[in-house]
Ligand binder design. Structure first.
Ligand SMILES: Nc1ncnc2c1ncn2[C@@H]1O[C@H](COP(=O)(O)OP(=O)(O)OP(=O)(O)O)[C@@H](O)[C@H]1O
Ligand SMILES: [Mg+2]
Length: 240
């Protein structure tokens, strides 16, 4: 147990492309408290998705540490990491990333296969998610048979099925029109209000970012505090 839900220490990620090296994430250190909502903004290609993937253990950093609730996930082997992710974390991808051959229901239940919780423990959250995300009619459809908003709601249900303590969301409404985006976000915030998960969200939508406790800006792989609604609007903390 730790007072922070997420801590990163000098995370670096580089990509080699032909004869050049891109530093997608450049020594990023951040501390996120339990229950906090952090928004990450920044231009396209600035490293937001790469950083989020590393925080959630979906991608490996070249250097640095990612500590989730006191556990350094950069030190876990693939099996332990898979279980840890299944139990602690939910991830909503920039493109919903549903498995095309699986029905909506099978996609939603996918994370339950990965973790040690008893088979029946997710039944209650499944019922609640399907109901509140209005997916009852679509459960046996394939992703190709769903609208963009429905697919994204399935992706949210998949991310929340295990009641994760920390939820990562990468532009969760980026592909939706305003009305659908507002609806999906309202559902997401309402579901979060129950459990008070820590939320780390990448968004280009400043109206959404404004609802966060703190806003960070990613620029050329570096993360800086843009606004702190708890401590006032000055850049006061977390400058490493
Ligand atoms: N698999 C990869 N191989 C090589 N370069 C990559 C790879 N993934 C990302 N990059 C590069 O790393 C940088 C950061 O990419 P990333 O996807 O993290 O940006 P982003 O801030 O999420 O952008 P967007 O807002 O468009 O989603 C970019 O220059 C991108 O081209
Ligand atoms: Mg991205």
């Amino acid at each position: 147990m730790s007072e922070y839900m997420l801590q990163t220490e000098s995370v670096i990620k580089t990509y080699r492309q032909y004869d050049s090296v891109i530093t997608a994430v450049n020594r990023v250190s951040i501390k996120v408290e339990k229950g906090e909502f952090i928004a990450i903004i920044g231009t396209s290609g600035s490293g937001k998705s790469t950083f989020l993937h590393i925080c959630a253990g979906l991608d490996k950093a070249n250097a640095g540490h990612v500590i989730i609730d006191g556990t350094d996930i950069t030190k876990l082997g693939p099996d332990a990491l898979g279980r840890f992710r299944g139990e602690k974390m939910g991830f909503i991808y920039q493109r919903h990333n549903l498995i095309p051959q699986f029905t909506a229901l099978e996609n939603i239940l996918l994370p339950t296969v990965m973790c040690n919780k008893p088979d029946m423990s997710y039944q209650e959250s499944l019922r609640k998610l399907v109901e509140s995300l209005n997916l009852t009619e679509r459960l046996h459809h394939l992703p190709s048979e769903l609208s963009g908003g429905q697919a994204q709601r399935v992706a949210i249900a998949r991310a929340l099925i295990n009641n994760p303590q920390i939820l990562f969301a990468d532009e969760p409404t980026g592909n939706l029109d305003r009305a659908n985006a507002d609806e999906v976000l309202e559902l997401l915030f309402r579901l979060r209000a129950d459990l008070g998960q820590t939320l780390v969200m990448v968004t280009h939508d400043l109206a959404i970012a404004d609802q966060a406790d703190r806003i960070f800006r990613m620029e050329n792989g570096s993360l800086t505090l843009e606004r702190d609604y708890i401590k006032g609007n000055k850049k006061t903390i977390d400058t490493y």
